[in-house]
Design a protein around this ligand. Sequence first.
Ligand code: FRU
Length: 480
Amino acid sequence: MHIFNQGKYKSLHAQQAGELEHIRQQVLRDTEFRPTYHLAPETGLLNDPNGLVFDGEKYHIFYQWFPYGAMHGMKHWKHLITRDFQHFQEAAPLIPDELFESHGCYSGGALLWQDHIVAFYTGNTRNAENQRIPHQNIAIFTKDGKLLEKRCLLNQAPAGYTEHVRDPKPFVTKEGKIRFVLGAQRENLSGTALIYEMTDLNSTPQLLGELNLSDFDNGHVFMWECPDLLQVQNQDLFIWSPQGKIRESYAFQNNYHATYALGKYQDLHFLAQHVEELDYGFDFYAPQSIQGAEGIYYAWVGLPDLTYPTDEYQWHSMLSLPRQFSIKQGKLYQRPIAQVYAQCLPAKQYQIEGKQQIAHLDQSYLQFNAENQPFTLCFFANEAGQLLILHYQAGILTLDRTHTKQTALMQQFGEQRHCVLGELNKVEIFFDRSIVEIFLNDGEKVMTSRFFIPERENALDSSRPLCVSVAELKPIIFTG
Ligand code: FRU
């Protein structure tokens, strides 16, 4: 075992007595923005969901985690286990302590294989010249969450690709072989994904080739992060996070994006029938499906290179609600899973006319029918005039966080996000103190965002009379 401790590359093994407790005290100073029913790091920075797998009884949820502050330092994998998505239990994390992961355990997925949880991940390393050398590794866990062993499978990038080769997501083929899809950058600096195959855990992964995806404009895209191949209702779905798409007024509005292709995957070819962004909000990246759980997935509600107002309290980002993909009339839909709705307390009906106080609005689920008529809703107005605005007119829904607290990096890609719809009927909104997840028309389109309004009032102001149902959500409970 190695105890890495070089600047920001500091592992949990190197912590000083009381160090994390001291950071925890700083996190506790944040009494306004910590979520109650979303997963957020106890200290430090969370990014991608990792190693999501259903073991037949329990769901294993890992995420990228730097424990010591709100920065992208030495990445660990935090490990939680849940049966119901409300009670979560801590299990063994991945702590970088081998030379093949000396600069962090980067993202990847997991499989249930011969009764064990096998996490595939990228060991980030740097050599004496500070050059990045990606390793693809596995970590084997028992189903009750104990770490048994870690091993390196590949100790360099393949020929023809740069050092940006990472984020293996495994799956089992019909023939019972293990394959993983890996994000990559070609030597000509364009993004792609590679497919590797193994006959079993002891064999060396063989590169089968690139995933050949039709109908995606890869111009300017320099890297594909966090690829994931899965099946939803007998259709193939490829989700990934391409970096470099050019910003459009109503699409690709953030710095980086999460996209999907729905179609047919065969022999390294993905014949796409539809390619689109997954989410139209300000903060959404690196979604990953839970292996063996019928299209349930989590995403990081954050983006690379962003800062947030909670950084001063030494915590950064959270995971989305667990959601599920489904297909209706050939289109991909996304909605929170049934267990999330089951965590709602009984709903109250409000007849909103103008401004109205709503108890616990910032921890609640709202639902109404817009009947495709224009509206402007202002949420959480405080005395300083800060508020969050949701505006609908003529097929365009706009989320506006101009009048909220933002960091300069949050502002740099604009303060409004738009979502284009044929028409708008059912609107579902989940608020959890500094996150909003908006599902439109039963999940036809989604907008996920952080927002920060200090000393907010739990009030809603509507431009027109609206009948809104509001239900508070039960908080997540961490068990021993
Ligand atoms: C995506 C990502 C991955 C990488 C990880 C490092 O957000 O950049 O490509 O493995 O984060 O934390």
